[in-house]
Ligand binder design. Structure first.
Ligand code: PMP
Length: 431
């Protein structure tokens, strides 16, 4: 009860963290909203499908009507554009021919090719750990690692902005869940002080880069604080693996804390352009995950083509600094152009560029106008940002060009003007 009181008094966003965008606690409200949408014949405005093309450019259509636009796409996390790399595609095609489409069983029940094994070994080697464990998605990698390692007597302490898969892993293992203020090592210490005990395991979970437009997290500070109290640490590198650190090894490597971090996790669906998840750790921890993680044992393993794509992408990104440089050049150019045009991008410096907007409804309208102009974007709103506000999210990739950036900025300025005019007309009518 004391702890609960501490959380509520010293964590203004504690309630928000509990109902973060991906873990709606009040299901009845969500159900009501969905029913309202169905009754009004409204559909999710983000229900877009790719009719042709891939990743950063293509014919984007509406899932529920014939509308479609040739688009520049800023909504995927294909940071290095490797989903379209000719060698990656050729190796995936070759694996498809050799092994067929699906593995048909879990990795634990012989659903592995040599490529699965090679991927685990080479990923572990790149991030600087002895071993690694593959999962079918990034989501299940977090769920599997946390729930495989911890039990109901343990404690998981997570950054309040951590991804839903981390929250769900923590929930699934039945451990007590605590949060600390975003990126705040001092706040983590307060939580650790009240939770550390010789009778249970404490795990601190954080991300290397959060997906809402910030730069690298202060991972070294958080990790050192966790280690001061003997906690295990898991770092999710979904938005940092491949383009931070030497050879793209990630934020833990970039900030020099590989040794101290117990679990380095990433997804195969972002920089590697495939599908799957992986957690690198000590041999004992990997053995434990492979024996105790239900997400590992009871779920089919990564398909042969996806595995070959990821393995080829891993080998390529490890040695190809030019690929990373292309991503960073586009990122810097986009940030500079948008700031010069007067957009507030916050404090971030990474490839997720997020112009801030004071009014979320105006932002939603802008997203729709941009879509019609062939620019595919998304919006970030509460509880990630203050209620009522929003951020436009543009995710840069090495496959985007400066021309894409120029076209997008021009379209955004036009879209904003159009929406302003519409809003002014609406206001005129109502006054
Ligand atoms: N962790 C983080 C931080 C993520 O952003 C995501 C995906 N958005 C995942 C895990 C899950 O990865 P995947 O989509 O490959 O399952």
């Amino acid at each position: 009860a004391g702890f609960q009181k501490h959380m509520q008094s010293s964590h203004p966003t504690f309630q928000a963290a509990k109902v973060n965008a991906w873990s709606v606690n009040d299901k009845s409200k969500l159900v009501q909203e969905v029913l309202r949408m169905v009754n009004d014949n409204r559909r999710n405005p983000y229900s877009k499908v790719l009719r042709s093309g891939s990743g950063t450019r293509g014919l984007v259509g509406d899932a529920y009507n014939d509308e479609e636009q040739e688009s520049i796409i800023w909504t995927t996390n294909l940071y290095l554009g490797l989903n379209r790399d000719p060698t990656v595609m050729a190796e995936a095609t070759d694996a498809l021919q050799r092994y067929g489409t699906g593995m048909g069983t879990s990795a634990a029940a012989s659903g592995m090719t040599n490529q699965h094994l090679e991927f685990e070994t080479e990923f572990a080697d790149l991030v600087g750990k002895p071993s690694a464990c593959l999962f079918p998605t990034g989501y299940t990698a977090n769920v599997g690692a946390i729930a495989g390692i911890l039990g109901k007597n343990d404690v998981v302490i997570i950054d309040q902005l951590c991804h839903a898969s981390i929250v769900d892993g923590a929930r699934l293992c039945g451990a007590s869940i605590r949060t600390f203020q975003h990126n705040n090592a001092a706040d983590l210490e307060a939580v650790l002080k009240s939770e550390v005990s010789p009778y249970h395991t404490v795990m601190v979970v954080l991300e290397g880069v959060y997906s809402m437009g910030e730069g690298a997290a202060p991972v070294a500070d958080i990790v050192r604080m966790a280690k001061k109290y003997g906690a295990l640490v898991l770092v999710d590198e979904a938005h940092s693996f491949g383009f931070y650190g030497k050879g793209g090894a990630g934020i833990c490597a970039a900030q020099g804390v590989t040794e101290e971090v117990d679990f380095i996790m990433t997804t195969l669906s972002k920089a590697m352009g495939s599908l799957g998840g992986v957690v690198a750790a000590s041999q004992q921890h990997v053995d434990l995950m492979k024996s105790a993680s239900r997400a590992y044992i009871f779920q089919a393993s990564v398909s042969p083509a996806d595995m070959a794509a990821a393995l080829t992408a891993l080998r390529r990104l490890r040695v190809d600094d030019a690929l990373r440089e292309r991503l960073w050049t586009t990122t810097r150019y986009m940030r500079q152009q948008f700031e010069e045009a007067g957009y507030n991008l916050g404090t971030g410096d990474g490839p997720i560029v997020t112009p801030h907007f004071a009014d979320k409804d105006k932002l939603y309208a802008i997203v729709q106008h941009l879509y019609k102009k062939g620019i595919q974007t998304s919006a970030v709103t509460y509880p990630i940002v203050e209620m009522g506000r929003g951020r436009l999210r543009l995710i840069c990739s090495a496959a985007h060009t400066k021309e894409d950036v120029d076209k997008t900025l021009k379209a955004l300025i036009e879209a904003e003007q159009e929406v302003d005019i519409q809003l002014a007309k609406k206001q005129h009518k109502t006054t």
